[in-house]
Design a binder for this molecule. Structure first.
Ligand code: UFG
Length: 341
């Protein structure tokens, strides 16, 4: 007996596609909605190979209220997972209004339509960026929310507030904002992975593209931070573990259907921090490939160190990650090897 349909906005993107597969494996019918502005249609073939041929795909922009309402009317999902958003931190500094308009309008439409059509369960993609540089590590959900470092980060903070206010207005809505740490890796089948269009901003795709010969050299952004080896520390979470956290969030909201109407915030990380040099050396050790890298200046806006307190994710979702960072790096490399420039 299928558990019901779950609408995944941004479902053809990196995290959305892995979540579609995880939902299918958990017995749900994933509905993929994407405007394909930052992902290739080939992701759909891969999701279909890992799920089923009849997977429904809507080429829809969440900013288009009427088109989005058609999907709500057609499908009546049991829940919505809202990934669709622009996500390049640097670009958001140059083009802030592009980010505010797209990320906030799409969320407003999702919230309004979910209330209008009585779709109670909502999972919102948030980010550890809301914590800025926390004073105490690991960072927990009650840690202070600091002023955002970028318009992108600000859309996540405002997004959390929009979700909270919509829920607290008394609307029949329950929501979980998942605060992701650094998603890395690829599906173990190598059919799905991260494919940034253009030059990657993020560390792991830059590493794999450099080793593959697509880029000459990786620059490590600063080795004079107050950390053991001088490079920044992050909490790298395998994208399949992150996808499972979404399934757990939907199940938690569904289970709480009658007793719970509220809003929650949950860190999704491993609880372990790794420096940039540790990631590079782990990649070299596990794949046997040397990486051409140099030390460069700091990147503006980078925080020194952030990693998650995972107590709440274990307790509230019954979820914990299965993969190590090393396994994530091997999966990212196996995926890279399938790609043509
Ligand atoms: N790094 C390098 N060289 C590179 C790329 C990254 O040294 O070429 C370093 C960064 O300086 C940082 C670490 O690798 O220390 C991780 O950088 P990423 O760009 O992969 O990830 P960020 O932690 O900067 O950003 C991620 C998400 C954002 C989110 C942010 C919240 O990509 O969407 O976490 O902290 F907002």
């Amino acid at each position: 007996m299928p558990k019901g349909k779950v609408l995944i906005t941004g479902g053809a993107g990196y995290i959305g596609a892995h979540t579609a597969v995880a939902l299918f494996e958990a017995g749900y019918e994933p509905l993929v909605l994407d405007n394909f502005s930052n992902t290739l249609p080939s992701a759909i073939d891969a999701i279909r190979q890992l799920t089923f041929d009849g997977l429904k795909v809507y080429e829809t922009d969440c900013c288009d209220y009427q088109a989005l309402e058609e999907v709500y009317l057609n499908e009546k999902p049991v829940g919505v997972i809202h990934f669709a958003a622009f996500k390049a931190v640097g670009e958001s500094v140059r083009l802030p209004l592009k980010y505010y308009k797209n990320n906030l309008m799409s969320l407003a439409n999702v919230l309004e339509l979910s209330v209008k059509h009585s779709i109670k369960n909502l999972v919102f993609s948030s980010s550890c960026t809301v914590y800025g540089q926390p004073e105490h590590l690991p960072v927990h959900e009650g840690s202070p929310i600091l002023p955002a470092e970028s318009p992108y980060g600000n859309t996540k903070q405002i997004g959390e507030e929009m979700v909270r206010d919509a829920v607290q207005s008394g609307a029949p809505l329950a929501a979980i904002s998942l605060r992701y740490f650094n998603p890395v890796g690829a599906h173990p089948s190598s059919k799905l992975g991260e494919l940034p269009l253009g030059t990657p901003n993020n560390l792991v795709p830059f590493i794999t593209q450099t080793v593959a010969g697509w880029r000459d050299q990786l620059t490590v952004f600063g080795d004079d931070y107050p950390t053991p080896d001088g490079t920044c520390i992050r909490d790298y979470i395998h994208v399949c573990d992150l996808a499972e956290a979404h399934v757990a969030a939907i199940k938690t909201l569904e289970k709480a259907e009658d007793s719970y109407s509220g809003v929650d915030y949950i860190n999704i990380g491993t609880g372990r921090g790794h420096s940039v040099l540790e990631v590079i050396h782990a990649f070299e050790d596990t794949t046997g490939h040397k990486l051409n890298y140099q030390i460069g200046p700091r990147r503006p806006g980078d925080v020194t160190a952030v990693f998650a307190d995972t107590t709440k994710s274990k307790k509230a979702l019954g979820w914990s990650p299965k993969y190590s960072m090393e396994e994530a790096l091997v999966h990212a490399w196996n995926w890279q090897k399938t790609l043509k420039k």
